[in-house]
Design a protein around this ligand. Structure first.
Ligand code: ATP
Ligand code: MG
Length: 267
C-alpha cells in the first residue's frame, strides 16, 4: 500500500518513478478494473459513515501536469459517492481579489468540515509550481512557501483533517498522445488550449518544481503519493485503494440513535 507514498525527507527524482508501472495489481487490467469498482463501492459506504459520524474530515489534493487525469479521477473514483458529502474545489488562475491577499487566502474556505470530503483539483501547490516555473513572484517569496504549506497542512491535520495528496505521474509521451487525441476528436477539442503547448515546452522546469514540492512537503500528516498515471485503469485502482485504506483506518462506526428507540413502532 505504501509503495507510492513518499516518506518524509525523501528526495524525489521523478525519473525513478515509472509512469507506466502496474506492478501493484497482479491480476492485470481486468483485475484492476474490478478491484477499482469494488473500491469505489466501498468508498461510497465509508463516505456515508464519515458523514453520519460527522467527526472526521478528508482532504484529497490532486496535482498533475496538463492532461494528467485529475478530472478522470474525480469522475471515476468518486463515481458512487453521495454528492451531498463531497465538494470539489478547482483552483484556476487567481482573481485580482485572490492576488490582493496571501496565496492561502483563497484556499482555506474550501477545506472540508466535519463529515465532509473535499477534493482539490489543483491547489495551493500551484503557488510553488506554475508560479515558480513562470517566476510570477521572486524566488525568495516562493522559497518560503514550502514551510508555510507544511505549517498550514499541519494545522489542518492537528484539527482533525486526514490529508492525502496525489501527484498523477504521466510521461511526456503520454501527454503528447492525450493532447493529440484532444486535437483530433471534435468532442474533446474544447479541452485543448494553445497554452497547453507552451506549458508542455516547459516540461523539464515543471519536473524540477514538482520534485522540489514532493521532496519538501511530503509529511507524516500530509503525505504525497506519486501515482503511475499513464494507464488510467491503474491510476484509478491505486487511488481508490489508498483512499479506502485511509478511511478504513479511521475505524468509524455509525453513531447511536439520538433517542431511545426501544418499543417505538411506526404505524
Ligand atoms: P484541464 O485539465 O481540464 O485543462 P485545468 O485544471 O488545467 O483543467 P485550466 O483552466 O486549463 O484548468 O487551467 C487552470 C490554470 O490555472 C492552470 O494553467 C494553472 O497552472 C493555473 N493556476 C492555478 N493556480 C494558479 C496560481 N496560484 N497562480 C497562477 N496560475 C495558476
Ligand atoms: Mg488545462
Amino acid at each position: 500500500m505504501d509503495q507510492y507514498r513518499i516518506a518524509p525527507g525523501t528526495t524525489v527524482h521523478l525519473a525513478d518513478h515509472d509512469p507506466a508501472d502496474e506492478s501493484w495489481c497482479p491480476d492485470g487490467k481486468d483485475g484492476a478494473r474490478s478491484a477499482a469498482k469494488k473500491a469505489t463501492r466501498r468508498l461510497e459506504e465509508l463516505q456515508e459513515l464519515l458523514y453520519a459520524q460527522g467527526r472526521h474530515r478528508l482532504l484529497v489534493v490532486l496535482q498533475a501536469m496538463d492532461t494528467g487525469g485529475k478530472d478522470g479521477v474525480i469522475r471515476r473514483v468518486f463515481e458512487g459517492v453521495n454528492p451531498l458529502g463531497v465538494k470539489v474545489a478547482s483552483f484556476k488562475k487567481p482573481s485580482p481579489a485572490d492576488l490582493a491577499h496571501d496565496y492561502l487566502w483563497r484556499i482555506h474556505p474550501h477545506v472540508p468540515g466535519n463529515g465532509e470530503i473535499a477534493i482539490f483539483n489543483r491547489s495551493h501547490y500551484e503557488d510553488v509550481l506554475v508560479v515558480r516555473v513562470h517566476s510570477l513572484v521572486p524566488p525568495e517569496r516562493w522559497e518560503r512557501r514550502y514551510d508555510h504549506i507544511n505549517a498550514f497542512e499541519r494545522l489542518l491535520a492537528d484539527e482533525g483533517t486526514t490529508i492525502l495528496k496525489f501527484f498523477l505521474h504521466i510521461s511526456r509521451d503520454e501527454q503528447a498522445a492525450r493532447l493529440r487525441s484532444r486535437l483530433e476528436d471534435p468532442a474533446k477539442q474544447w479541452k485543448f488550449a494553445k497554452g497547453d503547448l507552451e506549458e508542455r515546452a516547459l516540461w523539464d522546469d515543471y519536473v524540477t518544481a514538482y520534485e522540489a514540492a514532493l521532496s519538501r512537503t511530503s509529511t507524516a500528516a500530509a503525505p504525497w503519493h506519486v501515482v503511475p498515471a499513464d494507464k488510467k485503469w491503474y491510476r484509478d485502482f491505486v487511488i481508490g485503494r489508498i483512499l479506502v485504506d485511509a478511511l478504513e483506518s479511521l475505524q468509524m462506526s455509525f453513531p447511536p440513535p439520538a433517542d431511545d428507540l426501544a418499543g417505538i413502532v411506526v404505524e
